[in-house]
Structure formats: C-alpha cells, structure tokens
Design a protein around this ligand. Sequence first.
Ligand SMILES: [Zn+2]
Length: 484
Amino acid sequence: MPATSPSAATTLIRNAAWVIAWDGSNGGHVYRRDVDVAFAGDRIVHVGPAFAGEADRIIDGRDTMVMPGLIDSHTHPTTEPFFKGIREEHGVSRMGNSGLYERSIAFRPDLEGRHAAMEVAYAEMLQSGVTSVVDLSSPFDDWPEIAAKSGIRAFLAPTYRSAEWRMEPDFSLHFDWNEEVGRRGFERAVSLVDSLPSHPSGRLSGVFCPAQIETCTRDIFADSIAAAKERGVPITTHIAQSTNELKEVAERYGTTPLGFADEIGLLGPNCLLAHAIFLDHHSIVGGDGARDIARLAETGTSVAHCPTPVARYGHQFEYFGRYARAGVNLAIGTDVSPHNLLEEMRTALIMARVAARDMTAVTTPEVFTAATVGGARAMLRDDLGKIDVGAKADIVLVDLQDPAMMPARDPLRSLIYTAAERAVRDVFVDGHQVVADRKVLTLDRLAAAHRLAEAQARMIDAVPSRDFLGRSADEITPLSLPLA
Ligand SMILES: [Zn+2]
C-alpha cells in the first residue's frame, strides 16, 4: 500500500479552471470557473474564491476540471471481467437473444480468478473516475478486504438465490429450487451486511441482494425486505432484464415482474432495481402502457440503467428521458466489462435518443446526475456525488491539457463524448489519493490481468463439462475471425 495523506490533512486545489460544483439552492450541478476547492480529511471544506485556510498540499488547478467522483451503481466485478472476448457477441436467438442463461451455466469462474477479476475491474473503475461502486457478487472471504485495499467506496451486495437456472436441449429454461441454499445465502448476507459498517477502512457498507426477481422465493424476498428496512440499508435485485424472465413471472405469479415486486412490498426509496427494461410500456412487451413506470415513480424506487449489455443483444431501454421525466430516480451501472462508467454514460445518452427517435430524449446533465447524485440517492446517501462543502472528498481531477479534452469549451461534453478515462488524471476517495497521473496507487492492474487471463483459460477448459449440450467455448461463442 502506498502512503496516503494523513486523514486530517488539508488539500487545496487552487484556481481550478473548471469545477462541476453543487448548487444547493437549485439542487443541481453547475459549472464554476477559476475557484478553489479544499478538503480536510474526508470532507470538502471549501468551494469558491480564495481559500484562506492552511493547506498541507497545494495542487495547481489551472489545467484542471474538478468534478465529483462517479458512482457505478450496478457491477459484477468478480465475474464479468472473465467474459472479455466471450460475451460481446454471445446471445441465444431462441431466448430473445439473451445469452445470460446459457453463458452462466457453461462458464464458471473459479475463486482464485475471481480475486484477480475484482482487482482488474476495481482498477478500471478508479481509472475512469469511479469513487463508489455497488458490487453484486457471490461473497467470498477476502471480498471486503480486496474492496478495502482498492481504496474505493464499496457498497457490497452479497447475492443469494433459491433457484439455479437449468436448460434443456430444446433451449427451454427451468428452475432447480433449493430453498435451503437460498436461506443460507440470506443468512450469510445478514452477517456480512452487519459487519461492514465497522470495517476499519470506513468505506464499506452493505446492500441486500436477492439476486433475481424470478430466482428467489416469496419468503426470501420478505425476509430481505424486512432486514433492509430494519437496518436502513438499500436492497437491490435484477428485474425485467429478459423476456424469458417475463414469461416465467407471468406463468408463476400471473403478473409482470414489476407487478410482483409491488405486490411483495419490494418497491420503495431504499430499492434499487437493476435494468427494469421490459416494463409494460416496452415495444417488445406490448403491454398496456405506463403502469410499471408509474409504480417506480410513486414508490420512489431507483433504477440502475446499464445500457451496454442489453444493447449488445440488440435491445434497448425505452428510454432514459421517459423514466426520468416520470419522476423515476435513475442511476448508471456498467454490469459488464468494460467497467468504464464514462463510456457507459456516452452509450446511455446515444441509446436514449435512438430508442426515442428524439434528440431531446435525454440531456448530458441528466445522465451526469444519474452517475453522481442519482446513484448516491439510491444508496441512501446525500453526502456523495457532489462537490459541495460538507460532502465526502470523493473527487476527480480531469486533465484539460489532454489532447482528447481539447478544445475544452464544454469540458463535461469533451469528457463524456470524447476523452473518457484518458483524461482522468487524479482520483481521491475519502480524501485519500487512489489514482495519481492516471496510475492506480492501490492495485497492480497488470499483474491481476495476467492472473485473470490464466483463470479464463481454466474456465474455458471446463466448459464442455458444464454446458447443457457438452459443447466447447468455441462452439458456444466462436472467435470473431476464423483462425487460419
Ligand atoms: Zn447485473
């Protein structure tokens, strides 16, 4: 671990050319020019002209844009990095193009590789300006320690479920129920969620995560909802992510996934739903309209929008502005590799306009808000995602001299639409520097990437023994070019 500044030290970013600051009176982000930003320990203490206090460290801000650290609200860092080169063009046409079920049955990352994947993904997030992550993983012993070592602020969501997916040779999807496994997973989650707030890093907290709306029993949902409420912590799950899930929920419960979530009392201000794509207004669903979106807005439920995985299957969220303007709190997640939230924001902006066939379907500040205070609200935090006095010192310094940023007439647009992580120079979490001059100080990304590559090879070797048709990885998902 590199040395970081003592926790009470004061850092002054002097004369920042641009600051994306929080305007409390209007409740939104604004640009400010040529101001100082100072933080002491883990909190921002000054945003404005001429900081008068003493500073232990002074950073010249003249070539810099200061912005709040981003919040990646839906990720699977311990598994998704395994699927680079595997999942980008993998889908099953007979399953509405979703490759989720076939892939997760045939490709199983091992524990050693999951450590490496997590380090790769966390490094990637830090280097793209993410300072908080919602990490949905099947828990293992070292999970909190790796999160703490990375320096990121982690909302750890240990997943559990009562049913495993199984496929039959006709490509039909089935559910193997084991309530005891689901119960043990829930109990393990309770003890983990209870232990995290006292972790010495001070940056870990827990989220309840019954994994998918269709893989957990009513009992497990009821206990998870009660446990989250009792502790005042968030709850998250995957919902309305595929047409297979819609069919299953309709057959089992006679309603839509959102209708079921409403019925069991899942929805509410502490609930963050991942995806929520195939609601009753979606063109593929062909439902009766706006009931599901209204359910989200009325209950104060948040949605973690992850545009890339669904777009790779040829589908889309319909659409960002429709949810946002109905009053739904939106957050942004990466869900798959790359864990590059800046690129995901760009994709969210473009996909919303394509889905709506309307350029005004979303604005850059709406997506930036989702990736900052939207994610913070979903995690029940009002001290994250903004540059404001009293907020946590989770801060990103963007290099305005990077050629990809220039001309920086509108630096937020330069960052999202062009430069992305190339211009992310320095990152602070809780006042501690975790990225300096584009290099992650806390993790060895290259060494982890080597370990991940070895683990991916092991996973690929085991595919024929796991696949429901005994196929190889190359048969399930061929290389993009033929091997001569
Ligand atoms: Zn997911």
